[in-house]
Every structure is written in structure tokens, then in C-alpha cells.
Ligand binder design. Structure first.
Ligand code: GLC
Length: 551
């Protein structure tokens, strides 16, 4: 057994540091805040934390623009705070993953500051530089190729100092590192080891799908919607080297953000843990208005390809880069509690390691922001303004921002109904969610019907049932509203049957699998279950969900 195999039994809590808990009143969440709230995290039952980036950064992208990799950002605390957090977390059997921003640095990083100063800089080759390319629109030279940045505009910016252009797949203040340069790789490996020595258990590798650029930096094919190359062969070579040089000797885990993968291309990363222990793909966010069957089909597609190949996936519905799933897929108005609980059950019975994003365990939906002025996130605002410049209907562009803007998921944690959601004694860096007075952590404690309490129960169920973590995954339902799957088999069978709709639905449990009726309900989300599970028939109320086993 590889020593990183523990990850397959993990339930991860993604913690967005700036927004979790502010211990010193400056309006920004910090490491001491996490230490203060450690009990609240562990009482939920999760056993792994993913901390958003905590190294020094000018925060153009909230820490995803690092200016010193061997440091802790002063607004988040000190290295001693981090070490204390690691020690206390480990004492509680909580492992900690670091968000390692490997693809780019901040433009304020001393490497880039030096690199941009002259073509002869010692750090020039740590980044990508190129002369401009003349074209009809740029007769004096424009971007060297047609690549797009994720955050609007070209992936190239011209630097004043030398007139050459540098590459950035994200903001212009996030120049891409040149991983083809062995010096860069050695330095990044050495940084990773430095953090492992401090006690970090593994990494979430940020934007790893862009690590290896195609040789010669050619134009991307015109038919691609986003003109970029992702998941290249070079990326795999770099990651295999990282695995050998860092992960294997330390028994450390790495989960990569691999946008743009299909089940087959993702397999190259995770089969037999050659490179990564698991990947994040984003297919679920590309399903237009998903319903039970879209979701089941999608999950099945990935499961079929991965299982049997000793490959591993993650399961997640929300993170810091999307609108909240309750608002995108569920009912964040009338049946909020039930639909939040429904998704909790689906998530925690999924195949792959589940990731819970802070706040979803309260049933948080989108922030309720009304205008662009409520947003801080540069990326979302740039895309919004670009849409307007390109002539998109203003109302539509605004609706898109309000629904998908990343700050929807980054609001300060709704701890209580106190001012600023109980997150800070000062003024929070981002407005709290509109509904914190009613939907908050404090109100849900001790309420046996709360979303928080349901998450706790379903996490426990997963921890107690190997079938839910390792059992075979079989899709049961083809009914448009019913999300039903079987995990495990025989005496270790656990089934999930849920109603992804606002309607009442009666459904027959499959009879053909030796499941002749003696169902026991392990968990359901409506209090005092009045629906019936009798003679193999189940009647489900809106968003009702059952986790069942047989006797
Ligand atoms: C990843 C992060 C995102 C960040 C981007 C650039 O996609 O999840 O928050 O903006 O990389 O680092």
C-alpha cells in the first residue's frame, strides 16, 4: 500500500482562509481564527483540511499570486501560527493539505521583478518571454500567439522594460513560470519539501493543467472556444518528476486541478498514482441545468473509466471558483434545507473522495449581491466588463455575474446573527451573505433537523461504511427525477434514493439484485419519515433522500 492511500478514505473540508474566521479584527480571516474554530471543524467529522493559499501575496487573486513561497502572509498570521495549527490538527487526526500555486507567481515576486528588468536577468528564463507579432490589428507587434487568459483578454502582456511580452494564463499580475527550465523545477520541489518538513500532509496543485506548455508556443486551433493548450505531455513529465522527487519519498498526497480533462485524459494523471492521487475535473459545471439523469450519467462515465485502473477521483459540488451549488442546481428559496440535505447525501455517497466547501454544510446559497460594486474578485469583474465591451446585453451580463461570480462562494463564514455574521469584530473584507441572520452556524447547533447536523450524520455514515468509500458504484435509476445508486453489494450494500425535484414521486426499488424488500433506513432528511419504504416501493417528497441498506 502506498502511504498516500489514506486519501481514499478522506472527507475533505475546503477552507477559504480569508473568509473563515477573523481572530484580530482586521476584517480578514486568519490562521489563528482556524485554530480558534478547530473544534467546530472536527465536530463535523471531516478528517482532512484543504487550506487556501497562505503564502505572502499582494492578493490580486487572494493568495493565488505568491510573492514569497517560504512565508506566511502577514494578514493571515505567522509561520508559528501555521505550525501550531498543524500540530493541533494532527492531534485531532486532521490532515492538512496546502494549496500550492505552481503554475505562476505574483508579478511582485522577486524572481519576476528581476526577470522583467533585462533580457540578461538571471531569472529571465524562469518565465516565458517573446517578441510581439505584427498583425493587421497590431502593425507594430501584438501578442506573440492567440492564447486567451481565463480572466479576459490575451494571455500575453507587453512589459515596458524590454518591450517583450510575457505569458500569463490568469491575471497579468500572475506570470506563468517556465517549468521547462530545470532550475524552476528544482526550486519548486525544494519549496514543496520545505513545507512537508513543517508538517504539511500534501498538496492541492493549483492550475496544474497548464504546467507544461507545448513546444514552440504555437497558436491554438481556431475552433477552440478558449484558445489554450491544456494537459500536455510535458505536464505529465513534470508531474512524474515531482512524484519521484518529492511525493514518494515523503508519502505525501497531491490532488491536481486539471481543467479540460476527459475521463481518458485524466486517467493519465491518476492511474496507479503515477503522478497524482486524484484530480479535480469540472464536468458537472458544464451540464446545462442538470437533473438527476445528467448527473448520474456524468458520474457513471468517470467511474467506468477510472475503476479498475487504480485511478481515483474527487467529488465536489462547490468551491471558491463557482457560484454555490444550492443556487445553481438546488432550491435556495423555498426548499432550501431539504435540497441542501439532498446534495449532502449525494456528495457523501459518491465514488471518489468528497470535498465539502465551507458554508455548504450550513445550506448557504449565493451571496445575494445586487451590483458589481458588491464584488471584489478581479477575475469575475474583468469578465463582466469584457462581456459589456463585446456588446452583450447589460442585464444578461449582470445576471451572469450575480449567479456565477466567484465572490458568491467567498462571503465571510456565517457564524451567527451578530453584526458581520459573527466573522469579525471589525469590517469584513467582503460583504457577508444576505441571509446570515437566519442561516448561520450558531442557529444550527443542537437542531437535529439542521443542514449542519445532516452533514455530520452523513459524514459519519460514510466513515462507518466501507461500501460508501470503496464499494462498487452502480446506477439504479433512469427516472428523470430520481437519483438512485447502489454502493457495495450483498451484505454490504448501501443504496441512495433521492428525489431531485419539487414533485412527489413514487418509485419501485430494483428487485433484481437480491433486494427483496427488507430495507432499513440508515438516514433520511425529512423528520419523522412519513414516506414509506414498503414492499420495495418508495414515495419521496420534494428533495427527499434516503440512504438504505438491506437486512
Ligand atoms: C485556480 C484557482 C483560482 C485561481 C486560479 C489562478 O483555478 O482555483 O481561484 O484564481 O487558479 O491561480
Amino acid at each position: 500500500m502506498k502511504s498516500s492511500d489514506w486519501f481514499r478514505d478522506a472527507v475533505v473540508y475546503q477552507l477559504y482562509l480569508r473568509s473563515f474566521y477573523d481572530s484580530n479584527g482586521d476584517g480578514i480571516g486568519d490562521l489563528r481564527g482556524v485554530i480558534d474554530k478547530l473544534e467546530a471543524i472536527t465536530s463535523l467529522g471531516v478528517n482532512t483540511l484543504w487550506l487556501s493559499p497562505f503564502c505572502a501575496s499582494p492578493n490580486e487573486d487572494n493568495g493565488y499570486d505568491v510573492s514569497d513561497y517560504r512565508s506566511v502572509a502577514p494578514e493571515l498570521g505567522t509561520l508559528a501560527d501555521l505550525e501550531e495549527l498543524l500540530a493541533k490538527a494532527h492531534k485531532k487526526n486532521l490532515r492538512v493539505l496546502m494549496d500550492f500555486v505552481v503554475n505562476h507567481t505574483s508579478s511582485q515576486h522577486p524572481w519576476f521583478q528581476d526577470a522583467k528588468s533585462s533580457v540578461n536577468s538571471r531569472y529571465r528564463q524562469w518565465y516565458y518571454w517573446s517578441d510581439g507579432r505584427p498583425s493587421d490589428t497590431h502593425p507594430h507587434g501584438g501578442p506573440p500567439n492567440n492564447w486567451d487568459s481565463y480572466f479576459g483578454g490575451s494571455a500575453w502582456t507587453q512589459s515596458e522594460e524590454t518591450g517583450q511580452w510575457y505569458l500569463h494564463h490568469f491575471l497579468p499580475s500572475q506570470p506563468d513560470l517556465n517549468w521547462e527550465n530545470p532550475e524552476v523545477r528544482q526550486e519548486m520541489f525544494s519549496i514543496a519539501r520545505w513545507w512537508l518538513e513543517k508538517g504539511i500532509d500534501g498538496f492541492r496543485l493549483d492550475a496544474v493543467h497548464h504546467l507544461g506548455k507545448p513546444l514552440g508556443l504555437p497558436d491554438a486551433p481556431a475552433h477552440l472556444k478558449l484558445k489554450q493548450f491544456k494537459n500536455t505531455r510535458l505536464t505529465h513529465a513534470h508531474l512524474r518528476e515531482f512524484r519521484k522527487a518529492v511525493l514518494e519519498p515523503w508519502g505525501a498526497v497531491a490532488i491536481g486541478e486539471t481543467g479540460g480533462t476527459t475521463p481518458s485524459t485524466a486517467l493519465l494523471y491518476t492511474a496507479r498514482q503515477q503522478e497524482l492521487d486524484a484530480i479535480f475535473h469540472f464536468d458537472q459545471f458544464f451540464l446545462p441545468h442538470p437533473r438527476a439523469q445528467d448527473f448520474l450519467k456524468n458520474h457513471e462515465r468517470w467511474y467506468r473509466k477510472f475503476s479498475g485502473q487504480h485511478a481515483w477521483d474527487t467529488a465536489f459540488f462547490s468551491n471558491h471558483d463557482q457560484g454555490r451549488h444550492l443556487s445553481l442546481w438546488g432550491d435556495d428559496r423555498y426548499l432550501r434545507r431539504r435540497s441542501a440535505q439532498f446534495f449532502a447525501a449525494v456528495l457523501l455517497t459518491s465514488w471518489g473522495t468528497p470535498f465539502i466547501y465551507q458554508g455548504e454544510e450550513l445550506g448557504l446559497g449565493n451571496a445575494g449581491f445586487k451590483s458589481p460594486a458588491d464584488f471584489q474578485d478581479q477575475a469575475s469583474l474583468r469578465r463582466y466588463h469584457e462581456a459589456l465591451e463585446q456588446g452583450q446585453d447589460a442585464e444578461l451580463a449582470l445576471a451572469h455575474l450575480l449567479m456565477y461570480g466567484r465572490d458568491n462562494a467567498r462571503t465571510p463564514y456565517s457564524w451567527s446573527s451578530a453584526p458581520q455574521a459573527g466573522f469579525t469584530k471589525g469590517t469584513a473584507w467582503l460583504k457577508p451573505a444576505y441571509d446570515y441572520e437566519t442561516i448561520n452556524w450558531e442557529r444550527q447547533q443542537g437542531d437535529s433537523d439542521s443542514v449542519w447536523e445532516f452533514y455530520r450524520k452523513v459524514i459519519r455514515l460514510r466513515q462507518d461504511n466501507a461500501a460508501l468509500r470503496h464499494g462498487k458504484w452502480v446506477r439504479w435509476s433512469h427516472h428523470p427525477h430520481i437519483y438512485a445508486v447502489q454502493r457495495g453489494k450483498g451484505r454490504n450494500l448501501v443504496a441512495l434514493v433521492g428525489n431531485w425535484s419539487r414533485e412527489f414521486v413514487t418509485w419501485n426499488l430494483p428487485r433484481s439484485r437480491g433486494t427483496q424488500g427488507n430495507w432499513v433506513v440508515l438516514l433520511s432528511n425529512y423528520p419523522a419519515s412519513s414516506s414509506s419504504v414498503k414492499a420495495g416501493k418508495i414515495t419521496l417528497r420534494p428533495w427527499e433522500v434516503y440512504i438504505l441498506t438491506t437486512v
